[in-house]
Structures are given as structure tokens and as C-alpha cells.
Design a protein around this ligand. Structure first.
Ligand code: HEC
Length: 130
């Protein structure tokens, strides 16, 4: 019994510690202001300067209907996983040379993780999942 109690206590400790380290969608939302100049998310999101980003995590690059992508992005063969998004958002033109996304990139990897966590809350139809 004491071993089980100890394990439970450790579990509680760890589960208390993990959220503090995990990516934070609320911070991501605040930082998405920089993306929001060119991108929309949420219900009814449309393509503006950049393509709408609903459900982008897990989606192949360059597939939003009606958006006129650069040849570079269309031919990239990239799928937007968390890893490829990390690389693109750190320095778009280094990850996909010739991309038309003129965003310098985020310096802080934690900010990038937060923005990805925020993007993950949007399903492809623009509704939100916690
Ligand atoms: C100045 C405008 C601008 C800003 C700011 C900007 N983007 Fe973009 N983004 C674009 C354009 C334009 C494209 C299309 C690029 C191309 O066709 O090469 C794009 C493409 C993308 C793509 C690829 C989408 C797809 O369907 O393949 C992702 C993901 C993306 N942007 C995320 C972001 C995020 C996240 C931010 C904020 C950190 C951001 N962008 C900031 C203009 C911008």
C-alpha cells in the first residue's frame, strides 16, 4: 500500500508540473496577432494575404482551394507537422526558399510551440477543439 500511495503522490506531482512546461494555446493566441495580419482562423475564415489556417497541423502544404500559392510552396512536398511548422515559423525563407510568406520568423522556440498549440485548436471546418 505505501508503494501505491507513493506512486500516486508522484503522479500528482508530475501532472502538476507538466502543464507548466507544455505549449500554451492562450499565449499562442496572443502571439498569433503577428500572423493575423495575413492569416485567418476560425469559422468562416477566408484566404486573405495568406491562406486560411484551419486544421493546418497535419495538412499537406499548398492545398487550400482558391489560394494562389507560390510554386516553391506547392512543390515543397511538405506536410505541416509540428516539426515542419517549427522550422517554417523560425525562418520561412530558409525552410522553403522562394516562399511568398514574408515573415521574418519567431526567435523564441517556446513562442512557436505556443502558436502551434493555438493552431491545433482549430478543426478543418473552423470549429474549435479544446
Ligand atoms: C506578411 C504576411 C504573412 C505573415 C505575417 C504570416 N504569413 Fe503565413 N503565409 C503568408 C503567405 C503569403 C503564404 C503563402 C506562401 C507561399 O505561397 O509561398 C503563407 C503561408 C503560410 C503557411 C502554409 C499554409 C499552407 O496552406 O500550406 C503556414 C502554415 C503559415 N503561413 C503560417 C503562418 C503563421 C503561423 C504566421 C505567424 C507566425 C504567419 N504565417 C505569418 C503570409 C504571411
Amino acid at each position: 500500500m505505501p508503494a501505491i500511495t507513493g506512486a500516486l503522490a508522484l503522479g500528482v506531482l508530475l501532472s502538476g508540473a507538466i502543464p507548466a512546461l507544455a505549449a500554451d494555446p492562450a499565449s499562442g493566441k496572443a502571439n498569433f496577432i503577428k500572423c493575423g495580419i495575413c492569416h485567418r482562423v476560425g469559422e468562416g475564415a477566408r484566404n486573405v494575404v495568406g491562406p486560411e489556417l484551419n486544421g493546418v497541423v497535419g495538412r499537406p502544404a499548398g492545398v487550400v482551394p482558391g489560394y494562389d500559392y507560390s510554386q516553391a510552396l506547392k512543390a515543397s512536398g511538405v506536410t505541416w507537422t509540428e516539426d515542419s511548422l517549427r522550422a517554417y515559423l523560425a525562418r520561412p525563407s530558409a525552410f522553403i526558399p522562394g516562399t511568398r510568406m514574408t515573415f521574418a520568423g519567431f526567435r523564441d522556440p517556446a513562442v512557436i510551440d505556443d502558436v502551434i498549440a493555438y493552431l491545433k485548436t482549430f478543426r478543418p471546418d473552423g470549429s474549435t477543439a479544446p
